[in-house]
Structures are given as C-alpha cells and as structure tokens.
Design a protein around this ligand. Structure first.
Ligand code: XUL
Ligand code: CO
Length: 493
C-alpha cells in the first residue's frame, strides 16, 4: 500500500516539475516584436542538446501508464502497440497533429484578433518557418503521433510572386522530407489555403473571375506536387469560401459546375504526376460564407454523384462542422460510413453554447465511442486518420496546454476505441438493432422487399392478410443504457 502511494506521489511530482517549466516557458518575455519577428529571448527558449535544438527539453516522450495514473503527462488509455480486435491502437487511431492551429494559431478570436499565445517559434520570416518544422517534429515525436496535416500556407509563406512562393515551399518541403525520413513521421494530408488571402474573398474554385480561379489552380498544382513528393496519403479540399453570401450577385449553378470542373482537373493532375493518395472533401455548412456548397456529408456526396466524381472522392468529417449543419458528429460519421465514404476525421468538438466553429480538443467520450464503432465496423480508417483539427482555448496560454490538449484528445479516442471494441464484442447493442429490423430477414415479404422485388400489390396483399402489426418497443432507453455502460463506464479492459 505504502509503496503504491509513494509511486503515485513521485509520478505526480515528476509531472508537476515538467508542467512548472513548461508554464515558465510560456512567459510573456517570449512575446513577438511588434513586426511579428520573435524577440531575442526566443534564443533562450530552446536547449542545445548534442548540437541540436530541443524546444521542449522538459518533456520526455509521453508514455502509457494506465487508467490509474495521476501523471498529467502520461496516457491513461492510449497504449500505441496494444492489440485490440486484431490491430494495434496506433493502427486504428492514426493520430495526426494539425499544423495550422498548433503552430500558426495565436489564440485569436473575432473579438481579439491579436491573439493571446506568444510562442518562441512565432515569426513570419523563412528562418521562423524552418524552425517550426523542428518544433513540430519534436512535438509529434514526444507525443508519439505519427502523422501530421498542413495547409500550404501554414508551412511556408505567401511571397510577392508565385515563383518566390513556390521556391520557398520547396525549401520547406526539403526540410519536411528530411525530418519525415529521420523520424518516420508521415504526412496524413495536405491541403491548400484558398480562403485567407484577399484575392480569394469571392472564393477560390468558385470565384466569379477565371483569373482568380487560375491562381487557386496554381496553388493546388504546387501543393499536389509537394504532397506527392512527401508521400501524403490524402489531399483535402475544404471549401471555406466556396459558397455565397447573396444569391443576388451569384450564379449558383455555374459556381457548382465550376467547382466540379476544378476538382476534376485536380484529380487528373494528381493522376498525371503519380499522386497515390486519396482525395477528400470536407463538408461545412457555413463560415466564412453564409452558405457553403459542401453543406454536410449527404450534400457533398450528392454533389459528387451528380458530377460523376464519386469514385474519386471520400469525406473528411469534422464534428464541429456537423453541429453547424444542425447535425451531430455521430450523424455525419454514420452518413459517410453508410455510403462507404468515411475517409478521415478532423477530430474536435464544439462548444454547445456558441454557434461558431470553436475547434476544441475532442474530449467527449460518447462521440469518440460512436466514431470508433464506425471505424471498427469499416475495418479501419486508412488511408485516413484522426487529425486533431483542434486548438487550445484562447485562455489556455501555457505551452503545456498544447501537450495536454493532445494527450486528452488521444486518450479520449483511445478510450472510445476500447469502449467500442468491447461493445461490439459483447454484442448487446448490435442485437438490439438487429432485432428491431428482424422482420426484413424472417418474413418472405421482408426478404423480397430488401431484394427490391416486392411490388406495391404484394405488400398490400401482405397487409390485408396479416392485419395490424403488433406494437414493438423502440427500446431507446435500453440502447442508451448499453451504450453508456461502455462509453462512460470505467473500462478496466
Ligand atoms: C475549417 C477547417 C479547415 C480544414 C482544412 O473549419 O476545418 O481547417 O480542415 O482546410
Ligand atoms: Co477541418
């Protein structure tokens, strides 16, 4: 007993020391100069170890310690190499760090554009961009996260000319490639930022001016080159400004036609250069436009079917986008899964009291359990993964919060995986659903209907012969009871 307490206490103390230093590391002395370049104190923010810069010297690689651990800097549920239902946890989960919120997020919101996070790796020159590559890979390594995602403009800057921009992107890509080779960390997906630059204020792919559409094309072409070179497993299109604010100045049909033509051209180019990954569309109903064309999973799949590109695209789904569409993350996951189009997940969650995209770390056990149930039933998410399109809150200004956010998100999905696996193995949840639809299997008319062979006359004759069906309970409370036992129970398995 004594020994256990002592071990727990030392673990807690070790955690506390780490955290203290990381808090000190976030002090405002490391603030940017007014022009956005890092102030001198930044040099003191990393440690030189064996000639290499170490940005988080206080953090040792995060380890699995089990559900009873009180160490904040340890996994309670994520045990990377543990096998669950035939695959290791890391194979099921395929976690990714997103470059934008993690390295280019400043704690800004629409009421505080300057942000609250002052990081030693901030800065807009190429040196800062190159430094961030080191910071990023060290962060991923310490968390044991094997994938990452970026927008072109997260990793390298937009310059005065396309040539200069692309040349800088190549310099960064050289370093990304070298770090990938050195660490074994892989690119889950890349995408283009076709929404921040003022030229895209009226859209990228759907811009009313073909000259701007060509600027978007030039960006996608270059990014596809880089993603192919880096062995990226997916290429994502999130249509931030591919929508409209006013129908009074918009050719609705033409914009959708143009988006399809653009996407076809991108797929064609990808094929031509030997891009081997998947293409994904990321639905979101609004923000920044008031009406975004890829409203939700069903709308986006309908668009792909309509324009004949359904075979080349799957979906990248995000829980907070789902809630903006009036759905839930669970609904969107199921909608894509049902169509065999669950490509990848931007793992985050929304703030229920706010209407906008808060991109918080996914710490909701029920959502994680349901999503993992779909992923298990699909046999995995590869080539997709669980990308933390998530940011620490504006108020969470310590560097340790970035680690804690990821650890909490990883543990939550690892817990969801364990819970979903147990629920599937136990079988009660599936049996409840199977029983509910059993007449489609057990009656002749049911079998014919499912096979598309039941005529209206046959069904009417069946009704006439059998009369009023017996009342059957929907068992919703029971379904929730079974689900909650797994999703919120204390898994000791
Ligand atoms: C925006 C969003 C994007 C995409 C990539 O809401 O989710 O970050 O994931 O462009
Ligand atoms: Co996203």
């Amino acid at each position: 007993m004594r020994a256990t307490i002592w071990i727990l206490l030392t673990a807690q103390l070790a955690g506390a020391t780490q955290l203290l230093n990381l808090r000190a590391g976030a002090k405002r002395e490391s603030a940017l100069d007014i022009d956005g370049t890092p102030s001198k104190s930044v040099d003191q923010m990393y440690t030189l170890r064996g000639g290499a810069k170490e940005w988080f010297p206080e953090v040792t690689p995060i380890k699995y310690e089990g559900p009873d651990s009180n160490n904040l800097m340890a996994f309670k549920y994520y045990n990377a190499d543990e096998v669950i239902m035939g695959k290791t946890m890391k194979e099921w989960l395929r976690f990714a760090v997103c470059y934008w919120h993690t390295w280019r997020g400043f704690g800004a919101d629409i009421f505080g554009l300057a942000g609250t996070a002052h990081r030693p790796w901030d800065g807009s020159d190429m040196e800062a961009h190159l430094n961030r590559v080191d910071v990023h890979f060290e962060f991923c390594q310490k968390l044991g996260i094997e994938y990452y995602c970026f927008h072109d403009r997260d990793v390298s800057p937009e310059c005065a000319t396309i040539e200069e921009t692309n040349a800088n992107f190549d310099v960064i890509a050289d370093k990304l490639a070298a770090k990938q080779a050195e660490t074994g960390i892989k690119l889950l997906w890349g995408t283009c930022n076709l929404f921040s630059h003022e030229r895209f204020m009226n859209g990228g792919m759907t811009n009313p001016d073909v000259n701007t559409v060509c600027m978007a094309a030039s960006q996608v072409k270059k990014c596809l080159d880089v993603v192919t070179r880096l062995g990226g497993e997916n290429f994502v299109f999130w249509g931030g400004r591919e929508g409209y604010f006013s129908l009074l100045n918009t050719k609705y049909k033409m914009e959708q036609d143009n988006r399809a033509a653009f996407l076809k051209a991108a797929v064609e180019y990808g094929d031509k250069i030997g891009y081997k990954g998947a293409f994904l569309l990321e639905p979101k109903p609004r923000e920044p436009t008031s009406h975004q064309y890829d409203f939700d999973a069903e709308t986006t799949l309908g668009f792909c079917e309509h324009y004949g590109i359904i075979d080349r695209f799957a979906l990248n789904l995000e829980a907070n986008h789902a809630t903006l569409a009036g759905h839930t993350g669970e609904h969107e996951t199921q909608a894509a899964f049902a169509r065999g189009k669950l490509g990848s997940i931007d793992a985050n969650r929304n703030e229920a009291m706010l209407g906008w995209d808060t991109d918080m770390f996914p710490t909701d056990p029920a959502l994680a359990t349901y999503v993992m149930k779909c992923i298990i039933e699909q046999g995995g998410l590869q080539p997709g993964g669980l990308n933390f399109d998530a940011k620490v809150r504006r108020e969470s200004t310590d560097i340790e919060d970035m680690f804690i956010g990821h650890i909490a998100g990883m543990d939550n999905y690892a817990r969801g995986l364990r819970a979903a696996a147990k629920m599937i193995e136990e079988g009660a949840a599936a049996k409840l659903v199977e029983d509910r639809y059993s007449t489609f299997k057990t009656t002749d008319i049911g079998k014919k209907f499912v096979a598309g062979k039941a005529t209206l006359e046959m069904m009417a004759a069946h009704a006439a012969k059998n009369g009023e069906p017996p009342q059957t309970s929907g068992k919703m409370e029971l379904a929730e009871m079974i689900f909650n036992k797994h999703a919120y129970g204390t898994p000791t398995y």
